[in-house]
Design a protein around this ligand. Structure first.
Ligand code: ATP
Length: 234
């Protein structure tokens, strides 16, 4: 589904990613873990076409997306849930969701997808007319995920979905991510809660100082000395 090959990313003269190669297979959930500043968000934004100062190859379903603007990457079935959620607080829940369905293919099945999102997050259905800014942090995260789903993606990029959420709300969000994946959407998950992330992933990569330094099934990562020292702090 997603192939990243030898990706370098830059902020001006500063390099943030070095030679990153990774894959997300069709139907997989893959986690990207690593300490602060490792380059996880940069990678997500680069895949989504939001960060464009990159060198290397990124393909989605076999199509090259490097150099495409974000809305064209979205046409290839990629949706991002950015760090910090970024919902439009002055707009209703319903209108925020509508914004996600701007791809032509998504617009055509807007009603059915909206029902699916409301089925996944009944709290959003109950608050459909409410201003997004008045939702709790957890509800805003659900809304950000729902808005991304409205684009009918085949690959969902999630950047730190549990950030700032209470454990019980995080449980709900992770259950929803697992359900989304079971419905056939591939997931690339950046997450600081390593245990939860590994629990729902088939594979994970460890990023440190802009480079992939380990990758494999969850058990391998849990037993990895670098992960235990750099990420888990053990
Ligand atoms: P965190 O977990 O703290 O969000 P991260 O792993 O997502 O960290 P990035 O945010 O991708 O890391 O940052 C990678 C590197 O790029 C860091 O050294 C950071 O300082 C740098 N960086 C990120 N955004 C910018 C920017 N807008 N301008 C310059 N440098 C940046």
């Amino acid at each position: 589904m997603l192939e990243v090959r030898n990706l370098d990313a830059f902020y001006g003269a500063a390099q943030a990613l070095w030679d990153v190669t990774l894959d997300v297979g069709a139907g997989e959930t893959v986690s990207l873990i690593g300490p602060n500043g490792a380059g996880k968000s940069t990678l997500v934004m680069s895949v989504g076409g939001v960060h464009s100062s990159v060198r290397g190859r990124i393909t989605v379903g076999g199509a090259e997306v490097v150099g495409l603007p974000a809305h064209r990457v979205c046409d290839h079935g990629v949706a991002i849930v950015p760090e910090g959620r970024r919902v439009f607080g002055h707009m209703s829940v319903h209108d925020n969701l509508c914004l996600g369905a701007y791809r032509r293919a998504a617009r055509a099945r807007y009603r059915a997808t909206l029902d699916e999102v409301f089925g996944l997050f009944p709290r959003l259905a109950a608050r459909s007319a409410q201003l997004a800014g008045s939702l709790s942090g957890g509800e805003q995260q659900m809304l950000a995920i729902g808005r991304a789903l409205m684009a009918a993606p085949r690959l969902l990029l999630l950047d730190e979905p549990s950030l700032g959420l209470a454990p019980v709300v995080t449980d709900e969000v992770f259950e929803a991510i697992a359900t989304i994946n079971q419905a056939g959407v591939s997931v690339l998950l950046v997450e600081q809660d390593i245990d939860r992330a590994l629990d729902i992933s088939s594979r994970a990569y460890l990023l440190a100082e802009g480079r992939v330094i380990a990758g494999g099934p969850p058990e391998t990562l849990r037993d990895n000395e670098d992960v235990r020292r750099d990420v888990l702090g053990i």
